[in-house]
Each structure stands twice: as structure tokens, then as C-alpha cells.
Write a protein that binds this ligand. Structure first.
Ligand SMILES: [Zn+2]
Length: 239
């Protein structure tokens, strides 16, 4: 029956997603093993009910050992800035039944150590890719100039790794994808690769806004500090 096949297909797509997002070429990080505030991070979707259901049903795997994660309270509350304005959220926490480690479940709306939503930071990166400077971008987004300058500087140092990572992800998702069109500069190339991979992700994995796709695929590490890219990728707590 179609139902059984579709269940198998969904499982294989989820497995594929896990493999695709574990591509080891994004800088030196092993994205799914990043640690935030002493707790390994696991990126999850934005549907809280679905996350809760997955957690309750034992469908989430420990990023450390692959064991089954179960509910384990919440991380501390955070003040963040979404596309629509300030947001306060409190990520779920899970504990592995095998290794006993706890993990913070970070929704793909956010990036590690950044108070602004991935979509906001992504809009800045898109503007940069078209040649805009940090001041007009900051004015357009209503964010401090220094904050936007920090995003752009960080991204430009990582852009080559990001381009390679998302180009590989694009062809992993769609082996028949047309060649990427070179843009002006490595930041433009990286943003182009993210957009194309996100488009392929929609077709292969289901709908997701492009910068949420990028956040999830990079395990929240699109702008992760260099300190989080060595060894096991331990980073300090978020602000
Ligand atoms: Zn574990």
C-alpha cells in the first residue's frame, strides 16, 4: 500500500537530511556536535507541538551517540529579535537515555550565539551580496550598525566554507541541479549556494524558508565564532 511506502520514504528522507546536514566540510566544525552553554545543541523545526511529539515518541536522536532523546525540562529563557520584533523563548531540553547527556533543542529560526533571527541576518547577507554596505543594511533592518557589521565580517571570513558546504548540499539534494551562477565576490557566491540548496531542499525535504533551511543545515553555525570551529566545537553561552 501507498501508506507503507510513504512512511518508508519519509524515514529515508529524514535519514538523508541527517546525513546531508552532517557533511563534514563546513569549516572545521562538526555541526551537530556543537555545544552551547555546556549542552550540545540539536536543531529542530519550528512547530513546537511536533517537536514535543517527536520528543515524547523517542524520534529524536542524540547528536553525541545516536541514542534516544527524552524530555528534560527547558533551557533558560532568552530574549531575541525576530522578524516582527522582540521575542522571548525558552528552548526545550532533552536528555539521552544512552549516554545521559542533555541537549538544548534550538529551533531553526535561530542561529547559535545570535540574538537576531536567521531570516533577519539572512536579509543582511542577501543585501551584502548585491553590494550594499553595512550602514544602509542596518538602517533598512533597524539594527545597530555595529551588529550588522559584525554579521557581515563574520560571514565574509566563512563565505568560502559556506559556499563549498551548500554547494555540496545542493548536489546531494539534487544531483541534476544546474551549475551555480557565479556572483560578484565570494559572499555573493555563498548566498547563491545557500539559496539554491534551500530551493532543492524544498523539493526534496518539504517547505522551509531559505534562512531557516540554512540555519538547520549548518546546525545553527552559519555565523558561529571561530572558537566554536576547532576540536569538538565547544562554544560559550548565547547572549
Ligand atoms: Zn547520547
Amino acid at each position: 500500500m501507498g501508506r507503507g511506502r510513504s512512511r518508508v520514504r519519509v524515514k529515508s528522507v529524514i535519514t538523508f537530511w541527517e546525513r546531508a546536514t552532517a557533511l563534514p566540510c563546513f569549516g572545521e566544525q562538526e555541526g551537530r556536535h556543537l555545544v552551547l552553554g555546556g549542552h550540545p545543541m540539536l536543531m529542530v523545526g519550528t512547530d513546537l507541538v511536533e517537536v514535543e511529539r517527536s520528543l515524547g515518541c523517542g524520534e529524536l536522536a542524540c547528536p553525541g551517540c545516536g541514542g534516544v532523546l527524552g524530555p528534560w525540562g527547558h533551557a533558560r529563557s532568552r530574549s531575541c529579535r525576530g522578524v516582527e520584533g522582540p521575542v522571548r523563548h525558552r528552548p526545550r531540553r532533552a536528555r539521552c537515555g544512552s549516554c545521559g547527556r542533555t541537549h538544548v533543542l534550538l529551533a531553526q529560526v535561530w542561529l547559535l550565539r545570535r540574538a537576531d533571527a536567521a531570516a533577519v541576518i539572512g536579509a543582511a547577507l542577501e543585501a551584502r551580496a548585491t553590494g550594499a554596505g553595512h550602514r544602509p543594511i542596518a538602517a533598512a533592518l533597524g539594527r545597530p550598525v555595529s551588529t550588522v557589521r559584525g554579521w557581515l565580517r563574520r560571514f565574509s571570513t566563512l563565505a568560502q566554507d559556506v559556499r563549498v558546504f551548500f554547494t555540496r548540499l545542493l548536489y546531494a539534494l539534487d544531483p541534476a541541479a544546474a551549475a551555480l551562477v557565479p556572483r560578484a565576490g565570494v559572499v555573493g557566491d555563498a548566498v547563491e549556494a545557500i539559496g539554491r540548496a534551500a530551493g532543492a531542499g524544498v523539493l526534496r525535504l518539504g517547505p522551509a524558508p531559505p534562512w531557516e533551511f540554512a540555519a538547520r543545515a549548518s546546525a545553527g553555525g552559519l555565523l558561529a565564532p571561530l572558537a566554536g570551529r576547532s576540536g569538538r566545537g565547544v562554544v560559550s553561552n548565547t547572549s
